[in-house]
Design a protein around this ligand. Structure first.
Ligand SMILES: [Zn+2]
Length: 254
């Protein structure tokens, strides 16, 4: 079926391990609800201080298993050089038309690392382009045969874009309660042994393993506290919230 989604939620980020850091708990929660999830990493991590691209590929696969995602791939965009170009947009359009998600999670659009904030705009524009019937993607290089090539011809526009704002200094639109999933989320991040295990390479640059746990748990605890739960992940949506029944709005006021 050309229009059947591979996953209903697709998280897109610049680097392998970005998704684990910003919305891994949310992917775990969706998986536990029976909603299929997927991850697209835009780069392969070849510019990192630690670990080769091959090592990071194996680690990303291990993390994907822990997160329960049904599909994960990395594009060949250069690490450290994620640019909002036509070519890069088309690479993402191809994936959007293949996976056909209802919800796309992107990084927040400001931040320290240019790859991160550029991915937000690049991803948004790809989501827009993907819905254009006149944008033909037949016979592209990466999906040459099989159902993938057929699917790439069919426009698909995601319904909702969410921005994972854990590292952004902004008030989230909402948070997702990840309390039951906090340990698995941490395990998924620690699957990147080349990045997070204690070692000498780049030791002045990287946080010790023990501190990662404390940091990630306290960040999640902070956002949980805002909503009266233990651990949570924050998101921003550009649209306003819509409510059917005001008696069912969660999070107590006083
Ligand atoms: Zn990153």
């Amino acid at each position: 079926m050309a229009d059947q989604p591979i996953a209903e939620v697709l998280a897109i980020a610049a680097h392998r391990d970005d998704v684990e850091q910003t919305c891994g708990g949310t992917l775990l929660r969706m998986h536990s609800l029976g909603v299929s999830t997927a991850i697209l990493d835009l780069t392969r991590g070849e510019a990192g201080t630690r670990g080769s691209a091959d090592e990071r590929a194996a680690e990303a696969a291990a993390a994907a298993t822990i997160l329960g995602v049904s599909w994960r791939q990395a594009l060949d965009i250069q690490d450290g050089r994620v640019e909002n170009t036509w070519e890069n947009r088309l690479k993402i359009v191809e994936v959007l038309r293949l996976v056909r998600p209802r919800v796309v999670i992107l990084p927040y659009w400001t931040g320290r690392h240019p790859d991160h904030y550029t991915s937000a705009t690049l991803g948004y524009e790809a989501c827009f382009l993907s819905g254009l019937a006149n944008l033909k993607m037949a016979g592209t290089e990466r999906i040459e045969t099989g159902s993938g090539a057929e699917r790439a011809k069919h426009p698909h526009r995601p319904f909702k874009i969410l921005y994972a704002s854990l590292y952004a200094d902004v008030r989230p639109s909402f948070v997702v309660d990840i309390t039951p999933f906090i340990e698995d989320r941490h395990r998924a991040l620690m699957a990147y042994q080349s990045q997070y295990a204690n070692q000498s390479a780049g030791s002045g640059l990287f946080v010790p393993e023990e501190e990662i746990r404390e940091r990630t748990f306290s960040e999640a605890r902070h956002y949980g506290t805002l909503a009266g739960v233990r651990y949570a992940e924050p998101f921003v949506q550009k649209e306003i919230g819509l409510v059917d029944d005001v008696t069912l709005i969660p999070v107590q006021s006083l």
